[in-house]
Design a protein around this ligand. Structure first.
Ligand code: UGA
Length: 437
């Protein structure tokens, strides 16, 4: 395996994980960020995102001398002797106007570094960008000696390091076969199946995969609703479906809807791209609509559980919320379904108090409700306790103690996380999703 001199531009989830993991594979990696203080913290080995294994990998990389941090893309690109051979662009591509990805950050790195990139280097786009962006970036760059390659990432927050080092596949797209192979070779030690293709197809793989995952979840949430109406049990249904190897057991858990920084952004962007291409992507539209409806469904379920009526009032009803992040194992609140449901509950007049293992009391303003640092405080005097994020520690709460704290013994579990028998023995009335028992 060739050891390459690599620059990684952007030290967010994707950039930092990519940089630290590539260094652990033996490459020499310089990571850049525009945030001076962040670079100082990272240089001291301080990682400020919650990502299992990442702090250890960063510390190892620094100690081995293979990983370092600098301010500014230009510094990173020229930091190695002879310049970086491979430059990874891992800058944010937030949802921009009309649901399309906003590419300002990619453009600004290209502008800043155009004349500084080493001759014949390869630029790799890791960010999720609309189909066509890799070719566009190449045109914008205007350096015939440099190939721009699409190499989408498939990391999940909360297991990014594990996903990077044990990938299901590596996808590399570029019309320049030699550049694509050079990028694929960076990962050769991982032994993953590798798809070498053109740039547009590589970009499409990422969108198609994320939209498919979103569709799988919206489908499961819709089936769960039907299970409730027909007296079936969604857990047995998904287990039975999942043994079919063409379907698989993963990504079949019903919940309050899918969220996070990726699936909502990517589904909207794909829909936008389809519209622009004059293609009516009804299946994807329905996937998004089903997800939007899911949040209101959760509120309806809570309303019924608390008041016993479909149209009961939640005005001044005190509700404890367990879990605020978009999923367990992360401190990320972006597009969190938990916060979306909480906002609807507030709109309906409820008084909320929240607890999340990853959030401190200082986060009250960020989440729009009182946040406490103890789950039992979130249960005190509430008329319902609602689980919105699937943190495993909620399963092992002292439910008898919870029963002694609440004003009404109602627990609504939007993740089917808790053991209904344990709650029932504690005297609590448990409601889950999809007829789960
Ligand atoms: C997602 C994809 O899973 C990654 O493969 C992809 O690389 C990443 O987006 C990205 O584009 O960067 P992530 O956003 O970290 O990863 O989160 P997921 O684990 O996919 O969860 C997304 C949402 O679906 C969460 O709100 C989660 O709670 C929900 N979910 C997931 C369910 O409701 N049920 C499930 O069975 C699984």
């Amino acid at each position: 395996m060739f050891i390459r001199r690599i620059a990684v531009i952007g030290t967010g989830y994707v950039g930092l994980t990519t940089g630290a993991c590539l260094a652990s594979l033996g490459h020499r990696v310089v990571c850049a960020d525009v945030d001076v203080e962040k670079v100082e913290r990272l240089t001291r080995g301080e990682v400020d995102i919650l990502e299992p294994g990442l702090p250890e990998l960063v510390a190892e990389g620094i100690a081995s001398g293979r990983l370092s941090f600098v301010v500014g893309a230009a510094t990173a690109v020229g930091a190695h002797d002879g310049g970086a051979e491979v430059v990874f662009l891992c800058v944010p591509t937030p949802m921009g106007v009309g649901g399309l990805a906003d590419l300002k950050a990619v453009e600004s790195v290209v502008d800043e570094c155009r004349s500084l990139f080493a001759e014949g280097c390869v630029i790799v786009n890791k960010s999720t960008v609309p189909v066509g962006t890799t070719v566009l970036t190449s045109e914008l760059l205007g350096r015939p000696d440099i190939s721009v390659v699409s190499n989408p990432e498939f990391l999940r927050e909360g297991s990014a390091v594990k996903d990077f080092l044990n990938p299901d596949r590596i996808v590399v797209g570029c019309d320049d076969q030699d550049a694509a192979e050079r990028v694929a070779a960076l990962y050769s030690r991982l032994g993953a199946p590798t798809v070498l293709t053109d740039a547009a197809s590589a970009e499409m793989v990422k969108y198609a995969a994320n939209c498919f995952l979103a569709m799988k979840l919206s489908y499961v949430n819709a089936v769960a609703e039907l299970c409730e109406r027909l007296g079936a049990n969604i857990s047995d249904v998904t287990e039975g479906m999942g043994y079919d190897r063409r379907i698989g057991q993963s990504f079949l858990s019903p919940g309050p809807g899918w969220g996070g920084s990726c699936l909502p952004k990517d589904t909207h962007a794909m829909l936008q791209v389809a519209d622009a291409a004059d293609f009516e992507f009804r299946l994807l539209r329905a996937t998004i609509d089903t997800n939007d409806r899911q949040r209101q469904r959760m509120v309806d379920k809570i309303r019924l559980a608390v008041t016993g009526k479909r149209n009961g009032s939640l005005s001044h009803v005190r509700i404890g919320v367990l879990g605020l992040t978009f999923k367990a194992g992360t401190d990320d609140l972006r597009d969190s379904p938990a916060l979306a449901v909480a906002a609807l509950l507030k709109q309906a007049g409820a008084d909320l108090v929240g607890y999340d293992p990853a959030m401190g009391v200082g986060s009250s303003a960020a989440v729009g409700m009182d946040v406490v640092d103890d789950p039992y405080l979130a249960a005190k005097d509430v008329e319902a306790l609602v689980v919105l994020t699937e943190w495993p520690e909620f399963r092992t709460l002292d439910w008898a103690k919870v029963a002694g704290l609440v004003r009404q013994p109602v627990v609504v579990d939007t993740r089917n996380l808790l053991d209904p028998d344990v709650l029932s023995r504690a005297g609590l009335k448990w409601t889950g999703l999809g007829g789960h028992r």
